[in-house]
Design a protein. Structure first.
Length: 422
């Protein structure tokens, strides 16, 4: 029987990497981003900004991949000569829509089939209110942007979204006056923390964030912690594969992201978190998980929001637990890289797990033995990794329709998984 044992590090945080690349590009002078995530998604952001005249050099070697960026200043981007391709990356498209709306130039943002199905009106509507001219195909990419010097607005997001909030704060950096944003509940706050790191003034008052445009800021040296959303696959693997013990070093534990560290212990997982010195304004820890018997739970509300990207791997934890797990309040899961509710329901059914789908979630009846199966990952990186973890518990494994999508967020995932197998 396979056991997973050892110590690993996971690649840099994806959300922080995108934001650090964008802010370093808009800064004045040199920045160094140590431990950035060299995945396909982040590469889209890098390519777009270097095509707009931002000099960048990367070193992928040890100890951590590092990106050197010479920022061109708030208004220094060059007009792109061709459409800017965001691939599968929603963060690239939404955040860059905010940046490009405030630049005095025309640009077009395009994406792959999955990204072209994802809703963009959530960024288009407030950016138009700031004065940008944006056209789309019924709220979907490609987005044609005629940027100009925007005017600050006050905007209450109808849904919590870190991407929309960040797009507006980035647009606010170049706008006339003050841009104020609020959300119905808190989403991940990496943009706010990085503004502080770059010395950008951000007022936070009763959940309202305000930035005043037009003030230049300088480049910085910063370190990106390991991605908790990448670590999550190994946390669940260590919890459900008998005889396992895994330590993951240097993981970001920003409280807006640590839902998984609350959910797994609620299910009975044996998890220890040892805090380490922060990387700038982002808290960091070493996390150890040992295998144990899990029980089903009910999840919704803020704990789900803080673990929204962990839905696919939480489904695997639920399928391995005794009893029923119910996850509700996650309608947004239907418009991620895939319809994650439908795709995970089908994937679990293909290995013999009983699943009921709701418009905003699932109920999963855990069971001890899963069947050998074929699984359609729908080209979704997190579905592919979740099912690769499930496969460890099935003699003969699961055949996945596509594993190349894993490069979207986690180059080296399969190697790390084999490295742990004892
Ligand atoms: C992200 C925000 C979240 C998350 C996504 C990354 C970000 O999306 O699901 O994977 O980097 O800002 P929403 O903004 O839609 O909540």
């Amino acid at each position: 029987m396979i056991r997973l044992q050892g110590e690993i590090e996971v690649p840099g945080d994806k959300s922080i990497s995108h934001r650090a690349i964008i802010l370093a590009s808009l800064a004045t002078g040199a920045s160094e981003i140590i431990g950035y995530l060299p995945s396909e998604d982040c590469q889209r952001t890098i390519t777009i900004l270097s095509n707009m005249g931002v000099p960048m050099v990367k070193t992928l070697g040890s100890p951590r991949p590092t990106l050197y960026i010479h920022g061109v200043g708030l208004y220094g981007l060059r007009p792109p000569s061709e459409p800017l391709y965001c691939g599968n990356s929603g963060t690239t498209m939404r955040l860059m829509a905010g940046v490009l709306s405030g630049q005095n130039m025309a640009s077009v943002l395009t994406g792959d089939d999955s990204l072209s199905r994802r809703p963009m009106e959530r960024v288009i509507t407030p950016l138009r209110q700031m004065g940008a001219h944006i056209s789309s195909t019924q709220g979907h990419a490609p987005l044609s942007i005629k940027g100009l010097r925007l005017s600050g607005i006050c905007y209450d997001l109808p849904l919590p979204s870190a991407q929309v909030k960040s797009a507006l704060l980035l647009a606010g950096l170049t706008a006339y006056g003050t841009t104020t944003v609020s959300e119905p509940s808190s989403s991940r706050d990496h943009t706010e923390r990085l503004f502080k790191t770059f010395g950008i003034e951000l007022n936070q008052n009763e959940g309202r964030l305000s930035v005043t445009g037009g003030t230049a800021f300088n480049g910085r040296i910063l370190r990106v912690p390991g991605d908790i959303s990448a670590a999550a696959f190994f946390l669940v693997a260590g919890a459900i594969v008998e005889g396992s013990k895994i330590t993951i070093r240097g993981v970001g534990i920003n409280p807006t992201r640590t839902g998984i560290l609350d959910v797994l212990p609620l299910m009975g997982a044996d998890i220890q978190v040892v805090q380490r010195p922060s990387f700038g304004n982002e808290p960091v820890a070493d996390i150890t998980v040992c295998a144990s018997d899990l029980q089903g739970v009910s999840l919704s509300g803020e704990i789900l929001l803080r673990s929204i990207d962990e839905f696919p791997i939480l489904c695997i934890a639920a399928a391995a637990a005794s009893g029923e797990t119910v996850i509700r309040g996650g309608a947004e899961l239907r418009v991620k890289e895939s319809d994650r509710i439908a795709v995970m329901a089908r994937a679990l059914q293909s290995i013999g797990v009983t699943v009921k789908e709701f418009p905003d979630g699932v109920s999963i009846l855990g069971c001890r033995t899963w069947l050998r199966g074929d699984c359609d990952t729908a080209g979704d990186h997190r579905v592919a990794m979740a099912m690769a973890i499930a496969s460890l518990k099935i003699p003969g494994g699961i055949t996945l329709s596509d594993t190349s999508c894993i490069h979207t967020s986690f180059p080296g995932f399969m190697d790390l998984l084999s490295h742990l197998q004892k």
